[in-house]
Design a protein around this ligand. Sequence first.
Ligand SMILES: O=C1O[C@H](COP(=O)(O)O)[C@@H](O)[C@H](O)[C@H]1O
Length: 227
Amino acid sequence: MTVNIHIGSVPERLGQAVYDASQQAIRERGQFSVAISGGSLPKLLAAGLKSYDVDVGKWNVFLADERVVPLDHDDSNYREIRFRIPSLPVIPIDPSLSSDECASEYTTKLVEKLGESPKFDMLLLGLGPDGHTCSLFPGHSLLQEKTKLVAPITDSPKPPPTRVTLTYPVLNAARAAVFVVTGASKADVVLDIIENEESTFPGALVKLSEGTVDWLFDEAAASKLSK
Ligand SMILES: O=C1O[C@H](COP(=O)(O)O)[C@@H](O)[C@H](O)[C@H]1O
């Protein structure tokens, strides 16, 4: 696994990375499969993609994680992504289901598009100040999930508590991952993940079997890194 660190110009680098990966995937495999996180990422992605004419007709867009709330709820990652980039054909969860059923139903949608062993072309991931990524939280038993592709969680320490998330078997099979991390509140966890090889924060456990992980930091998030 190759790891690259970039500091500054986050939306621009993000837009370029997504555009380049989508062009390459469509050229080589006829489609681009991407998983997108919620939180602060969709706004940065929208700013970054503004300069590109992307053909989203050939994109398979999944949620890296989702809160089990109505699709028009303020907490919905689907809603936020579609609000920021209305053209993106994001595949939603069915929030009318229980968390278990919702994870199973999203697994079915994932397998229909990408097969039994999904391999995303690109993951677009965030990082919370506590080191969580997707809805994989520090110390949670979901970090050990080896079988499910999409797992339910009903005790998320960050509200809302009921969510579904891609698991490490799916994340670590991806061809590329881009972490997008901004703000001083994340500087401590960024320092641990980047400079401590033994880091156990959920973001540090994204270790692709093959492929590249790019970390995009703004100056504040990178402020504690030794240059
Ligand atoms: O709850 C979530 O938080 C993370 C991090 O969000 P951010 O606002 O700190 O960027 C996000 O990546 C995830 O998709 C979301 O459900």
